[in-house]
Write a protein that binds this ligand. Structure first.
Ligand code: GRF
Length: 215
């Protein structure tokens, strides 16, 4: 069944683009019903406009508290995705229970590390500073913690000598753009269940990791 999506962004929106491209090329059976940015003027909003997707800016700065911002976000997002999923694609705000309880187990995030390593901001720099030789990205369900919810898929990338934050971020992004649409497609195929709170995908799931994920 085609999946209704709301995508929340704060910046470049390359993951939003990966979703839009996957839909256009029939690798993802979904519709992006709404893009919400908490920052005006970002490239993600241009990408939405180019794809003909409605978008709205809801600045957290216009609200007196996190709860008030989250409550307003619910009002904006719920009509767009009554039964669909909310994707945090580079959305740089922590969402509270006010928002999460409105979409139980239906909020996904993409994070640029192999969680539970390096949660929070600038995961790529955290990995470089620590000196790990392998890092990657994770798609997970969002819970009340910071990057702590059940992990749906991960892909690994090597850290190479001479890497900078930007070269590493680009290598990770290429994998983000593969696994995020892939996970959404498995969900749209009705293959996700939670067993004792742990995600399980029925059927064949391609090996995740360094290999391309195209099916
Ligand atoms: C990605 O690295 C994502 O994992 C992180 O923020 C970045 C967003 O990139 N949460 P983009 O806006 O999708 O290009």
């Amino acid at each position: 069944m085609s999946l209704d999506l709301a995508v929340l962004v704060s910046g470049s929106g390359s993951n939003l683009q990966a979703i839009l491209d996957a839909i256009e090329h029939h690798r993802l059976d979904a519709r992006v019903r709404l893009v919400v940015s908490n920052v005006a003027g970002v490239k993600a909003l241009e990408r939405a406009a180019r794809a003909g997707v409605p978008s709205v800016v809801v600045s957290h700065k216009d609200f007196p508290s996190r709860a008030a911002f989250d409550a307003h976000l619910v009002e904006v997002v719920r009509p767009a995705v009554a039964n669909g999923y909310v994707v945090l694609a580079g959305f740089m705000r922590i969402l509270t229970a006010t928002f999460l309880d409105a979409f139980p187990r239906r909020v996904l995030n993409i994070h640029p590390s192999l969680l539970p390593a390096f949660p929070g901001v600038d995961a790529q720099k955290q990995a470089l500073d620590y000196g790990v030789r392998v890092t990657g990205c994770s798609v997970h369900l969002v819970d009340a913690g910071t990057d702590t919810g059940p992990i749906l898929a991960q892909a690994a990338v090597p850290i190479l000598d001479g890497d900078t934050r930007d070269t590493l971020a680009a290598r990770i992004l290429a994998q983000e753009h593969a696994i995020l649409p892939a996970v959404l497609q498995w969900i749209s195929e009705g293959r996700l269940t939670l067993v004792d709170g742990k995600p399980r995908f029925s059927g064949v799931v391609p090996a995740l990791g360094l290999a391309p994920l195209e099916r």
